[in-house]
Design a protein around this ligand. Structure first.
Ligand code: ZN
Length: 133
């Protein structure tokens, strides 16, 4: 079952340039910065009530986020739903005819299990499921 929107992912070319906007212009505090090897990104998290903002800077030209930036420039990259069980959500989406990017959960930021649905199946919104386990 989906619990809530966990975070909104925003693609940026440089965390060093983007973090000061969130800290100075919005008054939010960067909670932590972490490199996610599986996604080839460096992430920075901000708490906004129950929801988080996840800034994504590619660490490699091969990174999916690098390809997104090349095509679209910086901007909203994905929406993540917190789920009890990512594998069950993936199965439900697959049975409903969605194209999956990840057939099974992978390791995401913060030690979470994550998986993505292809934006061609989700009306243009790259959709992530994430769970604590
Ligand atoms: Zn995410």
């Amino acid at each position: 079952m989906i619990q809530k929107i966990d975070h909104i992912g925003i693609a940026v070319t440089s965390l060093d340039e983007a973090i000061p906007f969130y800290e100075k212009a919005l008054g939010l505090k960067c909670q932590h910065v972490e490199t996610v090897v599986s996604q080839k990104v460096k992430t920075a998290f901000f708490h906004v009530g129950e929801v988080h903002i996840e800034l994504l800077e590619p660490t490699d030209p091969d990174s999916p986020v690098a390809k997104f930036l090349a095509k679209n420039g910086p901007g909203v990259h994905h929406i993540a739903f917190a789920a009890d069980d990512v594998a069950i959500q993936l199965n439900q989406a697959k049975e409903a005819g969605c194209r999956l990017i990840n057939e099974s959960p992978i390791d995401g930021a913060g030690g979470k299990k994550v998986a993505f649905l292809h934006p061609k199946s989700t009306f243009g919104v790259l959709t992530e499921f994430c769970s604590e386990k």
